[in-house]
Design a protein around this ligand. Structure first.
Ligand SMILES: [Zn+2]
Ligand SMILES: [Zn+2]
Ligand SMILES: [Zn+2]
Length: 227
């Protein structure tokens, strides 16, 4: 947990404003990743504050430019850049910290803005709201053509989520789900034999994968296995 640069009180993940003294803290980059301010690469406006954004060079494998708003500390990443920054910042994660993941999942700072739709700083189209990594608890805004908007405090949250094994957890979950699906397919094949004879409705027909009851059971087993 980072500390407020003014009063040293702890600033929780996914937050930039100190609850004690009200100071705005850059919890996303300061102390996390070096950066320098450079001449603007593009004239881009913050979709929240409508002021010109600054261009920062994070120097990841050469020049790596992102835009950041000085007021709300939100950042705009071109396609693929956010993933590259995460990869360069968080390394050697081998375990899943479920307690930490649960805590992070509950913290959804976007409540500070409510459910709002904002426009892409490049093409001005309304962006889509996406839960990054499916279960990180961070809702980011995405323009399919230009990139991602991350609100102030959210990058920190994402990095902590990856550090706590969020991506490993997703991969495990996906692998188990695929296994269960494959088993279900075999069951359906076995339970749909010609030996049931014509005229009978085969047992297999009650075991279709679209059956919501079966899916419910599978997802419960999956979450139990992942505890
Ligand atoms: Zn403070
Ligand atoms: Zn802003
Ligand atoms: Zn766009």
């Amino acid at each position: 947990m980072p500390n407020c640069k003014n009063c040293s009180a702890p600033v929780p993940a996914n937050s930039i404003v100190c609850a004690y003294c009200g100071t705005r803290n850059d919890t996303d980059l300061t102390g996390i990743h070096p950066f320098t301010e450079v001449e603007p690469d593009h004239e881009r406006t913050c979709p929240r504050c409508q002021v010109a954004m600054k261009t920062l060079d994070l120097s990841i494998e050469g020049t790596f430019l992102i835009e950041r708003c000085d007021q709300c500390l939100g950042m705009f990443f071109d396609a693929g850049e956010l993933e590259a920054l995460i990869k360069a910042t968080v390394k050697n994660v081998h375990h899943v910290n479920h307690k930490k993941l649960n805590e992070l999942h509950k913290l959804n700072r976007r409540d500070a803005y409510g459910i709002t739709y904002i426009n892409c700083p490049v093409c001005d189209a309304v962006m889509n709201r996406v839960n990054f990594g499916q279960r990180s608890g961070v809702i980011i805004d995405r323009c399919p053509d230009h990139g991602l908007w991350v609100d102030g405090g959210e990058l920190r949250h994402l990095l902590e989520w990856v550090k706590a094994g969020g991506e490993i957890y997703n991969q495990k979950r996906e692998a188990i789900k695929q296994k269960m699906d494959a088993r279900e397919d075999i069951k359906i094949q076995r339970a749909t034999p010609a030996s049931f004879g014509g005229g009978f409705e085969s047992y297999g027909s009650t075991l279709r994968r679209s059956d919501p009851h079966i899916f419910d059971i599978i997802s419960r087993v999956v979450s139990w296995l992942l505890r």
